[in-house]
Design a protein around this ligand. Structure first.
Ligand SMILES: Cc1cc2nc3c(=O)[nH]c(=O)nc-3n(C[C@H](O)[C@H](O)[C@H](O)COP(=O)(O)O)c2cc1C
Length: 193
């Protein structure tokens, strides 16, 4: 497949908690995504979006998020684990759209203070994104004990995360390219070719 167009990837930061440490992981993931020239990156943050009340009708969604998800070829979600699930602000943002996700891949990074790196948050998120029509990548990156992973300037202390995150990014690129080809060339009841 020879397609020079950039892949539009939306990086979604998963919390609005003041002082959240997930911010450091999101910044790191962002730097890894930005290394790839074939990616055109957008950034979605629940703190910057206006999604009042619940639901996905016109008054309940932010046009900026609607536009970036409509154009997206794929998503990378960085989520902390709150009580073995995802933050309400992340779920609220995701819930504000639906058809814009169909037949598009999503990769995950999980963040926690405990030793499991947000694995339970990601597992709970997988059932939701599946219902939204996304396809979950299998290359999750886990950031356990996040309070020990970065120095005071936000620099990552363990280089092993570079290779783990790169694996997730390159898999997302492959999935995004493949699924864009599918959306544009293979008929489906969910999109026109
Ligand atoms: C409401 C709430 C629930 C949490 N539940 C968990 C949990 O289930 N497992 C865990 O390892 N850490 C839990 N934590 C700690 C977070 O993982 C920790 O704050 C970490 O820094 C990532 O979240 P942050 O981005 O908000 O800082 C919880 C934190 C909050 C605020």
């Amino acid at each position: 497949m020879n397609d020079a167009r950039k892949l539009k990837i939306v990086l979604i930061h998963g919390t609005s908690r003041p002082g959240n440490r997930t911010e450091m992981v999101t910044r790191f993931v962002r730097s890894m995504l930005e290394e790839h020239d074939e990616i055109e990156l957008s950034y979605a943050d629940p703190r910057e979006m206006e999604t009042p009340l619940d639901g996905n009708s016109d008054g309940q969604k932010d046009p900026r998020y609607s536009n970036m998800t409509a154009e997206a070829d794929g998503f990378f979600i960085v989520t902390p684990e709150y009580n073995h699930g995802i933050p309400g602000s992340l779920k609220r943002l995701l819930d504000s759209e639906l058809k814009n996700y169909i037949h598009k891949p999503v990769a995950f990074a999980g963040v926690s203070a405990g030793p499991w790196g947000g694995v339970r948050a990601i597992e709970s998120l997988v059932s939701s994104v599946r219902e939204m029509g996304m396809t979950a990548c299998f290359t999750d990156v886990h950031f356990p004990k996040v309070q020990d992973l970065f120095d005071d300037d936000g620099n990552l202390l363990d280089v092993a995360f570079v290779e783990r995150t790169e694996r997730a990014v390159t898999e997302l690129i492959w999935m995004a390219r493949t699924m864009r080809y599918g959306r544009e060339n293979i008929a489906s009841r969910y999109h026109e070719v």
